[in-house]
Design a protein around this ligand. Structure first.
Ligand code: SF4
Length: 202
């Protein structure tokens, strides 16, 4: 389904979020770059942020704490440090056209950072993440995003091997432990949604 991004913007605005729409990841990255100078910025590990080369771009003038590029054995320490920054960037596994954000997480750093502890959280979201209903969003997260991610990470999970859906596995490699549904902006924290009219992330 083709979504009218201005309508989705209105949905998120009605739930307390600031919203910006961009036609390309380059335009969005330039906007984000213009916001910060000399700040410390935390990232949740995100393929969308990676595709935008946001770490590299923001690191010119700021300090970026990004668990996705932590040296081997330092993921947890880096992810913890990213939770205590003034600003936090993450994406979403799915969003509904009426403004609900859905994220599934294995370690919890991404969803923890998106809830509390920062002055402002930014969600950077490709238009491929938009679904009609909450049920569709949860299904997308569990049956599309997570299996693709498990396959990308070469994990030994049934979804990575078969590639068709979630098997609610008990694998030691399981990456789906917590599902967060954000119905509205959290209290006492600024949140901005940056929607990009491109396919970004899984
Ligand atoms: S619960 Fe297991 S099978 Fe389901 S998506 Fe997650 S890792 Fe794959």
């Amino acid at each position: 389904m083709e979504y009218i991004l201005e309508d989705i913007k209105k949905s998120f605005c009605s739930k307390g979020y600031e919203v910006k729409i961009f036609e390309s990841k380059e335009a969005a990255a330039s906007y984000i770059e213009s916001l910060f100078d000399g700040e410390i910025i935390g990232f949740g590990d995100s393929l969308t942020l990676e595709a935008m080369e946001l770490n590299k771009r923001l690191s010119v003038k700021n300090t970026v704490i990004d668990p996705a590029v932590a040296p081997e054995g330092h993921f947890t320490e880096t992810a913890k440090n990213a939770l205590t920054t003034k600003y936090f960037f993450t994406s979403a596994n799915a969003v509904t056209s009426d403004g609900i954000i859905v994220n599934l997480d294995g370690t919890g750093n991404r969803v923890a950072g998106s809830l509390f502890g920062h002055e402002k959280v930014f969600f950077v979201i490709g238009s491929n993440k938009i679904t009609d209903t909450l049920e569709d969003a949860v299904s997308r997260v569990r049956n599309v995003a997570a299996p693709l991610n498990a396959r990308r990470l070469k994990l030994k999970t049934p979804c990575a091997v078969k590639g068709d859906r979630c098997y609610d596995c008990s694998s030691p490699d399981r990456i789906c432990n917590g599902l967060l549904i954000q119905y509205r902006k959290m209290n006492d924290i600024e949140m901005e949604i940056i929607i990009i009219d491109e396919n970004l992330g899984l």
